[in-house]
Write a protein that binds this ligand. Structure first.
Ligand code: GLU
Length: 469
């Protein structure tokens, strides 16, 4: 049996879940879920000064909204400090690491001299091969004994083989002088202990991989498969920053982007499968592969995001849409749908989900079922109402009383009444929309009548006939 795939997402909880982090999480999730593997979550909270519980909570909420469920409990990196230190001590005992007593001043002096003599400023510790009998009684750091010759090759699934000369790597510190482990060590120990087989992360960590390989090698551990993905750029091709607009995924939720559309779009951001643009989760899981990840940075394209979101809303099940709408309203700090409003939307969803891209548009289109009589007209609707004689609205009432409430019959009635009044249905549609919804952007007149039912439709038409603004 081949080895089970284990991926992980390892955010540092120093802020919200940004769009790049969300994409990294998604890639790891897709890779594992498409292969019967595990997707783990590790909170890299070793930087006590910058990590906050609020940021952890925001990251968890963001992942939850995107539906990126992880296996098992989220692991706290900080909680593993003793284990990380234990590994450093193991390397010390094996001779793969050594105690370095050099002070900051000595290191600075080393660098200055090296600079003056035009040599590499990478620190070379005089303690690397020192006799323990000469060890002073003062604090020390533990450094990795990095080979000074040869090369380290990062076999990367996205970047290809990246070769780094070992003489360009210094003997990195593993334990600080107070005995605490450094971040780089923690990452390797955790990935090893968690059984991570594939590390998919931003290419800002590519350089770290060379150092991390040193730790794997010293411990005789299997090196995971690396995939360092290019960062996301703004629409202008420049590094993503605040000026490009929303960066936190929760902002997207609050703006009303559906999670399914967001997943589809983020999957396409830097990864492709032929010409496929619109796909669902099971297709994404089936298709996602490291070989489809692009080498160059992806650019955010909000038009494409909206377009995909619209397509996902159009195919979503009513139950899922209703659930997401409520979550959107909560995220946007708007009042929730009442029971009656939810039932109204449910009846109307079939004619609301086409041609809207984000939830606020859907809510706007749903206004006719969310509002109650007497309707207040917006300015455009009030104008529209006066584009025909109000008498036509009243003339409709008896005809509608006797009609059977089907699309065909409603069409026939409205066409007939239009004709009797010397006009065409096309001319009546606008005023009817206004009368039924108090708005001009609505589903079709027939759909609104079918959803509202006979009594409510007739009530709205007669109230509109008498509307005085
Ligand atoms: N904690 C790192 C970050 O948030 C990720 C480290 C890793 O994936 O190895 O950028």
């Amino acid at each position: 049996m081949s080895q089970q795939i284990v991926t992980r997402f390892a955010p540092s909880p120093t802020g919200y879940l940004h769009i790049g982090g969300a994409r990294t999480a998604l890639f790891n999730w897709l890779y594992a879920r498409g292969r019967g593997g595990k997707f783990l979550l590790r909170i890299e909270d070793t930087d006590h000064a910058r990590s906050t519980p609020e940021a952890t909570a925001a990251i968890l909420r963001g992942l939850d909204w995107l539906g990126l469920d992880h296996d098992g409990e989220a692991v706290s990196q900080a909680a593993g400090a003793a284990r990380h230190a234990e590994v450093a001590h193991q390397m010390l005992a094996d001779g793969n690491a050594y105690k370095c007593f050099a002070t900051q001043d000595e290191i600075e002096t080393f660098r200055e001299t090296a600079r003056a003599e035009n040599r590499s400023t990478l620190f070379q510790s005089p303690w690397r091969d020192a006799d323990p009998a000469t060890f002073p009684d003062r604090p020390y750091v533990v450094r990795l004994r990095t080979p000074t010759e040869g090369v380290t090759v990062i076999r990367d699934e996205v970047q290809g083989d990246v070769t780094i000369r070992n003489d360009q790597l210094d003997d990195m510190v593993l334990l600080r002088s107070d005995g605490t482990p450094v971040y780089m060590l923690a990452v390797v120990v955790d990935d090893h202990d968690m059984g991570v087989t594939h590390v998919i992360r931003g290419d800002d960590h590519l350089n770290n991989a060379a150092r991390q390989i040193g730790i794997y090698t010293a411990m005789g551990w299997d090196i995971p498969v690396w995939a360092h993905i290019p960062l996301i750029h703004g629409p202008d091709g420049k590094k993503l920053s605040k000026r490009h607009g929303a960066l936190g995924v929760e902002e997207y939720q609050a703006m009303g982007y559906p999670a399914a559309g967001m997943r589809n779009y983020l999957a396409r951001l830097g990864w492709s499968h032929g010409n496929d643009e619109f796909f669902n989760d099971s297709q994404a899981r089936e298709w996602f592969d490291l070989s489809g990840i692009n080498k160059s940075p992806a650019r955010l394209d909000f038009k494409k995001l909206e377009n995909l979101c619209g397509q996902h809303i159009a195919v979503a099940s009513d139950a899922a849409l209703l659930h997401e709408l409520q979550a959107y309203l909560a995220a946007a700090e708007k009042s929730p749908l009442s029971e009656a409003q939810a039932r109204g939307i449910e009846r109307a969803l079939y004619c609301l989900k086409d041609r809207v891209k984000i939830y606020p548009e859907l809510i706007e289109k749903a206004h006719f079922v969310l509002t109650s009589t007497p309707l207040s007209m917006d300015e455009k609707a009030a104008k529209m109402l006066d584009s025909v004689s109000r008498g036509i609205l009243l003339a409709l009432t008896p005809q509608l009383q006797n009609a059977s409430w089907t699309r065909d019959e409603l069409e026939a009635v409205l066409n007939r009444v239009a004709e009797e009044n010397g006009t065409k249905f096309g001319k009546l549609a606008g005023p009817l929309r206004a009368a039924l919804a108090g708005r001009t952007v609505t589903p079709s007149v027939f759909d609104m009548m079918l959803v509202l039912g006979r009594d409510e439709s007739i009530l709205r038409l007669s109230q509109a006939a008498a509307y005085e603004g």
